[in-house]
Design a protein around this ligand. Sequence first.
Ligand code: TYM
Length: 327
Amino acid sequence: MRIYSGIQPTGCITIGNYIGAVKNWLELQEENECLFAIANQHAMTVRQVPQELRERTYSFFAQFLACGLDPEKSILYVQSNVPQHSELAWILSCTTYIGELERMTQFKDKSRKNEDNINAGLLTYPVLMAADILLFKTDLVPVGKDQKQHLELTRDLAIRFNNRYGDTFVVPEPYIPKQGAKITSLQNPLEKMSKSDKDQNATVSIIDSADVIMKKFKRAVTDSENRIAFSEEKPGISNLLTIYSAFSGESIESAERRFEGKGYGDFKIAVGETVADALSPVREKYAAYMADKAELERIMKEGAEKASRIASRTIAKVKKKIGFVSD
Ligand code: TYM
């Protein structure tokens, strides 16, 4: 199967991104044809400092590699290095209704948070995301729950285009994990853990040091019941159990039994240690990749060339279908 997914280089890659998306990418790359992109064109929908965006793009790419995404198995690249993304986005935007875009919860959310910069890109962002996916004849898109609505739009656009112009795009399926599709903030367990959260204690980065990870988990907001059980009424503890299970491989039920009778303090330390241990090799490899920018650039270039080769075939087909004269 062809797999496609991406991540915006904003803030830092959190354990939410890791559990909801990257962890599944690692499994999927073993048996499938995968493409994973740093979606830097998406990041432009909020204001960026150019030098920081550039640095973060290298950093995210190094984190991809440090996590175990393997350029021998998957195509890893930076979105802006493959111009076909923008080309298809324009064509698809003429197949998209404004009402569909205005309904997107992420658009409404981000408009509220960036009142002084509600740019057109913020509105049309899901069209670019649809272009990302449809360019590569993607079968499956592994993402967290927050991307579900964008995936539904992608499917609608593919179907609409196919109906209007004849069979062109593969209609992709979302792949959303049953457990961990929405990891929540450590400071507000009712809200999604977000890369761009200003509160440092709310998120854990996959390259945080063990000390920092321990501190953040010790400060995690829970309830006052002191009973380690997964339930809707206990979002903080349920979130910690989900994180613990994702990094230890132990099921939530088994963890509940093992921590029965223990207090929240002990449990938070156990979660912190498990996460810190699991991420320590990632942090080490990350430092090594960041020390060799030339190698990062080589892998980026190779990935972009491979992606571009596939994308250009789709673009040629699309242009023919819509009546553009051939170049
Ligand atoms: P982004 O950069 O916000 O997030 C990257 C991936 O992480 C998932 N995710 C989470 N999963 C669980 N819990 C959380 N708290 C959490 N926060 C984020 C997201 O669902 C996502 O899978 N538009 C996308 C990037 C993108 C893309 C694409 C994805 C661009 N083009 C094409 C798939 C296909 C985004 O902003 O993800």
